[in-house]
Design a protein around this ligand. Sequence first.
Ligand code: KIV
Length: 283
Amino acid sequence: MTLEKKITIATLNKHKAAGEKFAMLTCYDATMASIQQDAGVEVILVGDSLAGPVLGLPDTIGVGLDISVSLTAAVRRGAPLAFLVADMPFMTYTSPAQAIANAGRYVVEARVDCVKIECDRRFIDIVRAMATVGISVMPHLGLTPQRAGQVGGYKVAGKTSAGAIEIIETAEIMVEAGASALLLEAVPPEPAEMLAKRVSVPVIGCGAGPGCDGFVVVTHDMIGLTEGHVPKFVRKYADLRAPMQQAFETYVTECQSGAYPAPEHGYAMSDEELSALKAWAGK
Ligand code: KIV
């Protein structure tokens, strides 16, 4: 199952052309990244969803560029073969020049394959500018969590025909401007599938139905580490919070009772050295 060669945009384009679906997961550290690479996860996203599980923030607005770049570089070290996508934080791509400078950090310092930006059609010049200088960019359309404060919450997008057409047309102009892939969040399956059929680039869905070319969810949600609300489009593949808590509880109990550490967890001195030590201590 482990990845055996570098996944590139050409690999994803080939999957799309062959009708082969692919998986993407979020990741924020090197250990998880290596497990995901060993499991054959071809695309890894260092999402700004790191806000909650890593930083303990209530939303993604406070994620900083420096920490995002550092964690992305750690993920790259853990999964050198995956197609790595970095999610640019809020306010780091407000003009073409700023977007290029900040995206360039992910490319140079973290060796990402692509950067993702939450956008709508007003970001066309930013996408074009990034693509022009050689940065692969993935516009994220539909529900864009960085705008939750502005629009009054996390709202499913494209439920009206006008809304769906807006998403499809925006996606098409983004592809014309040079987008390498698209991500659709919380969009009904019909417009998502129409879009995937209409554009040449891979369309990755997050709560956008089975017609997309690839699928992404937040890892902490799908392995049962998240406490509290999990979006309805997530399927839980494991329930790791309970066994982890159990392991921590057993450790606490054993530290308190003296059951841990046991002799096999220590470093032995030779009898001779031990005698010398005891003699020195006067025993
Ligand atoms: O930040 C993130 O993890 C995301 C995915 C949920 C698509 O943007």
